[in-house]
Design a protein around this ligand. Structure first.
Ligand SMILES: NC(=O)c1ccc[n+]([C@@H]2O[C@H](COP(=O)([O-])OP(=O)(O)OC[C@H]3O[C@@H](n4cnc5c(N)ncnc54)[C@H](O)[C@@H]3O)[C@@H](O)[C@H]2O)c1
Ligand SMILES: O=C(O)[C@H](O)COP(=O)(O)O
Length: 540
């Protein structure tokens, strides 16, 4: 059996490598420091790569992704990975966000103390033969106000520790609930400006995004208290480096402690010339425990993902089917199958797909956007698009790239919710409009826990969408169905089920479930029956 191949492009702890090797069917290659060009040449030979911030995974690397299925980040920050480019290629991007939280928290505490007491400068001074106690006058943390920008995992842990120092802690984070801040004893402020004005020390713990890049420039620094202390152990670029330089030089900022830089390593960076700036070379995650933590988490996730098992922390799949409640998993499969059915029974190029989630079951959103994606569809909509596109695109379409493919094809995707539809309390309705026609298919789940199609355009029926069917639409007159039966029988095709629906005096439709494969010839014979409007083979 061919083994999976995993390439590690940065240093990770050996505990993680061991987990990959112990799985028995994974080959591991370690190429720390591999160049971009070399990586581009070989990336397609691997099922997964494991990176840290030292590897930038750009769109051009993923142009020909070969068999690459997973980009695993042994750490938190994914600003070095083009997630959108990976998603378009159906590649899972995952990180290990909890492994290094305490490492970064503890470095932040150290940097805060270092900056308040100028410890690194005092250390250098003494080692250079000086004994200058007066020069190293610091600022006490007790009773000071600490402003935390980004109250996530690290921000929260910093808050807990800062409170034990007797600091007042305020935070700005527009994405967390007030109750979370309350539980930490932290005052959540409405505006960044409010935090800037009242904090004696400000520490940053946000990801680097369009919103947070240059979040702190000259303008924001001017709002701060004189002799403020700044700490950044999150990402370079959150504080504008030129403006920080000026503020440190003028003394507006007392000291700053920085672990991360706009460009790493920071070459010809004038910040490094300043005595009141203390720096470390992006070592926030560098504790034995932190490195073991991220390596083990990412390795376990990759082993599970490669073996088709459930895994955590994929940032470009907003949900995991296996993590949905069981009853919703049935709906999820149903809508995907409805998408497949629609694609096999409709003519023309799709312009619009609309998914309506009906009923209390679907009232609450079950997933949120986890990264800066243009889409925020619920899993059912993604499954519906995937099912529909899969018929023409086969396995190239996945839950990750389905929305991107729909967008590329100019298909307008609409998601809506309703309380009730027709006589149904819980229903998923799939509508597709092409340049030739419109189709509406709806399904629900009864007590037997089987997904069923109950509406097909204006027809009411009850079919379990699994297996091979002949779908046909005919004028509702005697003889048509008999002839279909005769053709199938004479071709040794066994009928497993038959569902018929009709409109008064008009047209009828039927889904004939069969045990054998339907050839083109058999389908042609059926299409030629007098009174037949259309006939198709549907495979679900
Ligand atoms: N220096 C290091 O070696 C090191 C180590 C670990 C993590 N980090 C970095 O630290 C950062 C935080 O990590 P984490 O694990 O706490 O992440 P997290 O996702 O738990 O927390 C980030 C928080 O930032 C908030 N946020 C996002 N945009 C914001 C905005 N515009 N304004 C205010 N808040 C905003 C989010 O709501 C979230 O609560 C990440 O950038 C990560 O890469 C650095
Ligand atoms: O985002 C992270 O996890 C930290 O910045 C650590 O990055 P590193 O794995 O490159 O040390």
């Amino acid at each position: 059996m061919e083994k999976f191949k995993v390439l590690i492009t940065d240093h990770i702890a050996e505990e993680g490598v061991k987990i990959l090797l112990d799985s028995g069917d994974i080959e591991v290659e370690e190429k720390p420091g591999i160049s971009h060009d070399e990586l581009k040449k070989i990336i397609g030979n691997y099922d997964a790569i494991i990176t840290r911030s030292g590897t930038t995974v750009t769109a051009d690397l993923l142009e020909n992704p070969g068999k690459l299925k997973i980009i695993g980040r042994a750490g938190v920050g994914l600003d070095n990975v083009d997630i959108e480019a990976a998603s378009k290629k159906g590649i899972i991007v995952m990180n290990a966000p909890t492994g290094n939280t305490l490492a970064a928290t503890e470095l932040t505490m150290g940097m805060m103390l270092a900056a308040a007491r100028k410890i690194p400068a005092a250390n250098n001074s003494l080692k250079n033969g000086e004994w200058n106690r007066k020069k190293f006058m610091g600022i006490q943390l007790f009773n000071k106000t600490l402003g935390i920008v980004g109250l996530g995992r690290i921000g929260s842990n910093v808050a807990i520790r800062a409170k034990s120092f007797g600091m007042k802690v305020v935070a700005y984070d527009p994405y967390i609930k007030k109750s979370k801040a309350d539980s930490l004893g932290v005052t959540l402020l409405e505006k960044l400006e409010d935090l800037l004005k009242i904090s004696d020390i400000i520490t940053f713990h946000t990801p680097l995004t369009k919103e947070t890049k240059n979040m702190i420039t000259k303008k924001e620094i001017e709002m701060m208290k004189d002799r403020v202390i700044l700490v950044n152990c999150a990402r370079g670029g959150i504080i504008n480096e030129n403006d920080l330089y000026d503020a440190l030089k003028s003394g507006k900022v007392f000291t700053a402690a920085i672990d991360v830089f706009e460009k790493e390593p920071p070459k010809d960076n004038k910040l490094l010339e300043l005595d009141n700036l203390f720096v470390t070379p992006h070592i926030g995650a560098n504790t034995e425990e932190g490195q073991k933590g991220v390596a083990v988490i990412i390795a376990e996730q990759i082993v599970n993902a490669l073996h088709g098992k459930s895994y955590m922390n994929a940032v470009n799949i907003p949900f995991m089917k296996s993590q949905l409640p069981l009853d919703l998993q049935v709906y999820f499969e149903l809508i995907e199958n409805i998408g497949k059915l629609a694609a096999q029974t409709i003519k023309g190029r799709p312009d619009e797909i609309k998914v309506t989630l009906v009923g209390k079951k679907f009232e609450e959103d079950i997933c949120e956007r986890t990264f800066d994606t243009p889409f925020s569809y619920q899993p059912f909509t993604i499954a519906a698009i995937k099912g529909f596109l899969e018929v023409s695109m086969q396995e190239t379409v996945s839950y990750i790239n389905a929305p991107y493919f729909a967008k590329d094809r100019n298909i307008n995707v609409i998601e809506s919710k309703r309380d009730i539809y027709d006589k149904y309390n819980d229903l998923l309705v799939f509508e597709v409009i092409t340049d030739k026609e419109k189709r509406v298919i709806a399904g629900t789940v009864f007590n037997d826990n089987e997904g069923r199609i109950v509406m097909f355009d204006d027809f009411r029926l009850d079919i379990i969408p699994k297996g091979t069917f002949i779908y046909f639409r005919n004028f509702d007159r005697p003889g048509v169905i008999g002839k279909v039966g005769t053709i199938l029988g004479s071709n040794n095709i066994n009928i497993a089920g038959f569902e018929l629906a009709r409109q008064n005096g008009g047209e009828a439709i039927a889904f004939v479930s069969v045990d054998n494969k339907i050839t083109e010839e058999v389908l042609d014979e059926i299409k030629k029956i007098d009174g037949m409007i259309e006939a198709n083979v549907v495979e679900i």
